[in-house]
Design a protein around this ligand. Structure first.
Ligand code: NAG
Ligand code: NAG
Length: 405
């Protein structure tokens, strides 16, 4: 039986190792093709190239411009990979950063198939697209589709002579002649930053670090709530049946659940922070399940302190309570990890990996359940022939006789 003593610590150690690796592994830098190097644009009708160009870090887009300091005007072309039937948009956010508050130029095909350019103010995350006057004048607007990319051309009078501005860009599909809301995840929520039209210097807004924090939140919670907690439950339920694992299973269970709780609360905190920062976007169900989980898990930790003695007559109620809350926490955790994966929408392999881990844990539980029953029934029959009666042993599961087989 000594090998069973090794299974649980090994599992726990492997999980922690996986957690560390996921956190520390250098993220594969997305290879962004240098759009400026491959495309040179000039304003329509003109024969002089734009003087500056910036390859934008997301959505295979680039911004080409010439800034005229004396007039405070900007000749600009925004180009992004797109099909001939989609929409692209670029704009400035004169008073803040990100999508809400920005004033943008949108191009998409009208009913006649020709590209039309709209100027619209984005007042919310679900804006109505109309053609309206912006707070800064826009002239010489046009758009063009060629070679798998759409380009919007315009001349802007930069508001208040500012040269360093927050900007946003985007691409999406069109249905029934109306632009469809772009995807709410991945590169489509990272396509924003600030740009200096004088120096040509550009930075990506906090989006990159925000995505990193979202990933950290995901890994912390998937590993703690989603993997360590069920593993700790499996340890408690199935190891205790082996006499040689007593009381090791108990300490392993506590160690697994407490470390899961500590890591899980850290992950939970990052989630609350992310939620409080994303004004306008809320994932109510994910958030509420998360808060419920925190309360139930905290209850479990305090329940440990109130645990009656093994032979206390209330122990049976405590066990029932501890098990039902425990199973509720595990079910909700798995549900919430999948909800989180849907929100974060990472590469498919992460969802597949987590699904695989859950299936593996489930399979281990099913096998151990069968083994446990065989052992318990065997003990029961052999011990009932030796001793006519034995009571519940207070462990909450099975009937492990005090005298072994
Ligand atoms: C939007 O309004 C501007 C200015 O009034 C106009 O030049 C442009 O053609 C309009 N665009 C569309 C698509 O109606
Ligand atoms: C912008 O700068 C130009 C040239 O320096 C100046 O003539 C103009 O008044 C400025 N406009 C504003 C709105 O500050």
């Amino acid at each position: 039986m000594s090998s069973t003593k090794l299974i649980a610590p090994t599992l726990c150690a492997l999980l922690l190792l996986a957690l560390l690796q996921a956190l520390l592994a250098p993220r594969a830098a997305a290879q962004q093709q240098d759009a400026c190097a491959s495309v040179a644009l000039s304003p329509p009708g003109g024969n002089k190239l734009y003087t500056s160009c910036n390859t934008l870090p997301k959505l295979s887009a680039s911004l080409h411009w010439s800034y005229h300091p004396a007039a405070g005007t900007l000749d600009v072309a925004f180009r992004a990979a797109q099909s001939a039937s989609g929409w692209v948009g670029w704009g400035l956010n004169p008073s803040g950063s990100g999508m809400v508050g920005s004033e943008v130029l949108l191009a998409f095909p009208g009913s006649d198939g020709a590209l039309a350019v709209y100027t619209t103010k984005i007042g919310s995350y679900t804006p109505t697209i109309r053609n309206e006057t912006l707070s800064f004048p826009v002239t010489a607007r046009s758009a063009q589709y060629s070679g798998g990319a759409m380009t919007i051309y315009a001349t802007l009078l930069l508001p208040a002579n500012a040269t360093r501005m927050s900007h946003v860009w985007q691409a999406g599909s069109v249905a029934g002649g109306i632009p469809v809301t772009h995807p709410q995840s991945g590169d489509n929520v990272l396509s924003k930053g600030s740009i200096d039209f004088l120096s040509g210097e550009s930075t990506v807004a906090s989006g990159g670090s925000r995505l990193r924090r979202k990933n950290t939140h995901g890994v912390l919670n998937a590993v703690s709530w989603g993997v360590l907690m069920p593993t700790g439950a499996i340890i408690a339920r199935y190891l205790k049946v082996f006499k040689s694992a007593d009381p090791a299973w108990f300490y392993l269970h506590i160690a697994c659940q407490l470390s899961a709780y500590v890591v899980g609360v850290a992950g939970w905190g990052t989630g609350l922070k992310l939620g409080s920062e994303s004004v306008g976007i809320s994932y109510r169900v994910h958030r509420n399940i998360g808060i419920t989980l925190f309360c139930l898990a905290t209850l479990q930790v305090f329940a440990l302190l109130l645990r009656p003695n093994k032979d206390n007559k209330y122990r049976i109620y405590w066990n029932a309570y501890h098990h039902s809350v425990g199973y509720a926490v595990i079910s909700l955790s798995v549900v919430n990890v999948f909800k989180g994966l849907d929100i974060l929408d990472p590469e498919k392999k992460w969802k597949n990996t987590y699904t695989g881990v859950i299936i593996a844990l489930g399979a281990v539980a099913v096998v151990l359940e069968a083994v446990t029953w065989v052992i318990v029934l065997k003990r029961r029959s052999s011990s009932s022939s030796e001793k006519p009666h034995h009571g519940a042993n207070g462990n909450g599961y099975g009937g492990r006789p005090d005298q072994g087989v």
